[in-house]
Design a protein around this ligand. Structure first.
Ligand SMILES: Cc1ncc(COP(=O)(O)O)c(C=O)c1O
Length: 388
């Protein structure tokens, strides 16, 4: 394809890493995963990181861990503030754990939650905010964190789309009590499938370690705040303390992640260079609303909303993009409440979600890759100019 949604970022280091793992004969989660966890926590400047088999699993365990805390655990029926635009598996763990969602509209320019509506979303049962930074652009994470602290709410970051983004010099994915990342193919780093929960909270880390593997104690140190081992190896090998899962990553993914993480700064720099050109080409054109950066975006991809004031015809744009061999997708699924899955949710929309609906009906994104895309972006601008 001339301009695809994503591109591979592997080379010899990843292929060598795969070979080393295969040759070692240890294919299930082991030392490489442990080393990647340490390197990832270090990169974020957090104390702990726990790798899992996807960003969706990271969200599941992050939410689940809050139900098993010793103090003030979340409970079924509690309410959670969420943005109207995010990936489906931001919401599904909330449904699965019986939480009620207070769905807040987004700002049309940043595509992140409109923080002016947080107050209206707050109710007597509200216990948590899930913050999401869409497609590389940091949400108002500082404002949300302060709001959560003021109202004694848990603050979780689903940072699966915005690895390496920054707000006021702080990395996205470090603002929450628990923070998640995805390493799926198209993301900032790719381990085939993969995800991470990162935190400074030792209890949260150990709960996630247990939940990741059957709810057992095997991956906990002897002095864990979650469970004190009794030194009886026979029972400790199969001791279950939580209703957990098996969402462990493959050892291969850990080894690949170590190599990808080394490349991350250069890959983000390349993505940001493309972003600068995208902004130059379309930023001043009032036919298009492009994402206004809040802090430093890591430019996952390039969302465009056709300006409703210009009577746009999105279908015509899609046909032109197809003809030009340019891939496109709806922005992170659009308004989640426009999907049939909502019938399983316990939710309340804080208002009419007008901006999320506009992004749903008039928006789309094109890809960004960690390579030079000047040719592709110039062609995109030509196609849009001729069609809109
Ligand atoms: C905001 C968000 N959360 C969670 C996920 C799930 O990640 P994964 O695809 O690794 O399960 C994604 C996937 O792109 C996402 O965009």
């Amino acid at each position: 394809m001339f301009y695809d949604l994503a591109a591979p970022s592997w080379g010899a280091p990843e292929l060598d890493a795969i070979k080393r793992v295969i040759d070692s004969g240890f294919l299930t989660m082991s030392e490489y995963v442990a080393s990647f966890e340490i390197a990832f926590a270090d990169y974020l400047g957090l104390d702990h990181a726990v790798m899992v088999n996807s960003g969706s699993s990271a969200n599941l365990l992050a939410v689940a861990s809050l139900f098993f805390r010793q103090d003030r655990p979340l409970q079924r029926g509690d309410a959670v503030i969420v943005p109207a635009i995010s990936w489906a598996t931001t919401y599904h763990p909330l449904q699965q754990y019986g939480l009620k969602m207070s769905v807040v509209d987004v700002d049309l320019e940043t595509l992140n939650v409109d923080v002016r509506q947080l107050e209206a979303a707050l109710g007597p049962k509200t216990r948590m905010i899930v913050a999401v930074s869409i497609l590389g652009n940091p949400a108002a994470l500082d404002t949300m964190r302060d709001f959560a602290a003021k109202h004694d709410l848990y603050f979780m970051e689903d940072n699966c789309e915005s690895l390496d983004a920054e707000l006021n010099g702080q990395k996205a994915g470090t603002f929450g009590l628990v923070n998640t990342s995805s390493f799926f193919f198209s993301h900032h780093i790719s381990t085939i499938e993969g995800g991470m929960v990162a935190t400074n909270d030792t209890e949260a880390c150990h709960l996630v370690r247990s939940l990741r593997a059957h709810g057992w104690t095997r991956d906990l140190p002897p002095d864990s705040p979650v469970f004190v081992k009794r030194g009886d190896d026979f029972y400790e090998a199969y001791r279950f303390i939580l209703p957990g899962y098996n969402v462990r990553p493959l050892e291969l993914s850990g080894a690949i992640g170590l190599q990808q993480l080394k490349k991350l700064p250069a890959m983000t720099a390349a993505r940001r260079k493309n972003l600068a050109l995208f902004q130059e080409l379309l930023g001043d054109d009032e036919r298009f609303i492009i994402q206004r950066e809040n802090g430093k975006s890591s430019a996952f991809s390039f969302p465009i909303v056709l300006n409703p004031a210009h009577n746009p015809d999105r279908e015509k744009v899609f046909r032109a993009l197809e003809k030009a061999d340019i891939g496109y997708r709806i922005i992170t699924g659009g308004n989640i409440l426009r999907h049939d899955v909502r019938r399983f949710y316990d939710y309340e929309a804080v208002d009419d979600l007008a901006n999320a609906n506009t992004a749903h009906d008039l928006g789309f994104f094109v890809g960004n890759h960690p390579q030079d895309l000047s040719q592709q972006l110039n062609r995109l601008a030509e196609v849009l100019d001729a069609t809109c």
